[in-house]
Design a protein around this ligand. Structure first.
Ligand SMILES: *Cc1c(COP(=O)(O)O)cnc(C)c1O
Length: 417
């Protein structure tokens, strides 16, 4: 079971904290790693403890420091959720609290449904993850919310929209954006939100591509940082999950309240899996990113590659400025356009054997896909053109294989075109 929280939450460094925080072996019959608690309901220690637990769960009173509160029912929370929520916090610079969800989309939709009342507005950067785009067009806008899209690279336009959109509740940024890795300026968005006269909009960053190791939105002033934990946090392409981190305990508590209504908490087995993956996030992401950078540098200039998208190779001065200001490393996803259009892209994918032709990213195995006909196939021709997603574009997520094998495979597939 989760240990009662101590303040300050941790004094050791993140790689130590992630292995020592949030779990007390004495509460799991001495097991060195957490057990899985699959129970749907929990036995109260007394009727008074049950009354107290409900009073806190429903927001009628606040827990005192170090208070041990009885668990109630697993849709609200359960030991494995409490443990993983405590353990993920030290990985995110500036975070105080976390909430886990059963997918990245569950986390993102819960944020919108909690923070944007009917009639309010939100600003979002484009291109945005396909699931987020569906959420906006098929659920939020029909519910009467107003979404204001802004191209991620348009720094001045983004700041202006955040500062001036009436009744704005949320600025939702995705950076770098998928699949061309275009970046938007998190700190500038935070400054613009502070200048907004009236509704104190929150700044939320989808940090799936570079966080928690290479980009730190909360340290730059963002209110919430959201992840598809399916990607780097879990890292093995074998589970779905979502995590939201923030510094405002009330805000995270309100997300947990909405989570109990929607019933989208991460289940005990997945919490346990995610828990066991957190201590290796930094090792995996560092290896994957080094692999990717070496591979991209070796591929640059290949005659069949018309254009490469990777942060270390940015040429636009504004994109370089943003990258240097907010990213520690370029990450492990890149994309390139091939000479020869869709046919060349398909032929390239067909020749891969180590890398798998699959969507998703962030796993220990290398994956490659053709965004225009898969992940981004519902965008209009204008939207695709605006986002730079051509028929010739292939996206690759590099894993932890030996980079020389991957490079040989990519070079062979390119040479054969
Ligand atoms: C995958 C992904 C999501 C959605 O996460 P799921 O776990 O698939 O629901 C959201 N944002 C980004 C950037 C993603 O890559």
């Amino acid at each position: 079971m989760a240990a009662p929280k101590k303040k300050p939450p941790y004094v050791v460094r993140p790689p130590t904290a992630v292995l020592t925080r949030g779990f007390d072996p004495r509460l799991s019959v001495g097991s060195a790693r957490p057990a899985v608690f699959r129970s749907s309901t929990y036995v109260f220690s007394s009727p008074e403890a049950a009354e107290r637990a409900f009073s806190i769960a429903l927001g009628r009173s606040r827990p005192s420091d170090g208070e041990n509160i009885d668990l109630i029912y697993s849709r609200l929370s359960h030991p494995n959720a409490e443990i993983v929520e405590d353990q993920v916090v030290p990985l995110e610079r500036g975070a105080e609290e976390a909430a886990v969800f059963n997918s990245g989309m569950a986390a993102i939709s819960t944020i919108f449904l909690t923070t944007c009342p009917p009639g309010s507005s939100f600003v979002y950067t484009t291109p945005v993850y396909g699931g987020t785009q569906h959420l906006i067009h098929q659920l939020l806008e029909p519910l009467g919310l107003r979404g204001v899209p802004v191209p991620a690279a348009a720094s001045a336009e983004l700041a202006h929209a955040i500062e001036t959109t009436p009744n704005l509740k949320l600025a939702f940024l995705e950076t770098p954006a998928n699949p061309t890795l275009v970046m938007c300026d998190i700190a500038a968005a935070v400054r613009a939100a502070k200048r907004h006269a009236g509704t104190a909009p929150l700044v939320v960053v989808d940090n799936t591509f570079l966080g928690p190791i290479f980009q730190h939105p909360l340290a730059l002033g963002a209110d919430l940082c959201v992840y598809s934990a399916t990607k780097y946090l879990a890292g093995h392409s074998d589970m779905l999950g979502g995590v939201v981190l923030g510094k405002d305990l009330e805000l995270i508590a309100s997300l947990r309240g909405m989570r109990a209504i929607l019933g989208n908490i991460l289940q005990p087995d997945e919490c346990w899996l995610l828990n066991s993956r957190l201590p290796t996030v930094e090792l995996r992401m560092t290896r994957q990113s080094k692999n990717a950078q070496r591979i991209v540098e070796a591929l640059a200039g290949h005659p069949r590659i018309a254009r490469l998208h990777y942060p270390a190779l940015f040429s636009d001065p504004e994109q370089i400025r943003i990258r240097d200001a907010q990213c520690d490393f370029s990450g492990a996803v890149f994309a390139f356009e091939l000479e020869g259009g869709k046919q060349a892209a398909f032929d390239f994918l067909r020749r891969l054997t180590i890398a798998k032709n699959a969507v998703s990213l962030g796993g220990v195995e290398t994956l490659a896909c053709h965004p225009a006909t898969t992940t981004h196939s519902e965008m209009s021709p204008e939207e695709l053109a605006g986002a730079g997603i051509t028929d010739a574009l292939v996206r690759i997520s590099i894993g932890i294989e030996d980079r020389r094998d991957l490079l040989a495979e990519f070079q062979g597939a390119l040479d054969a075109l």
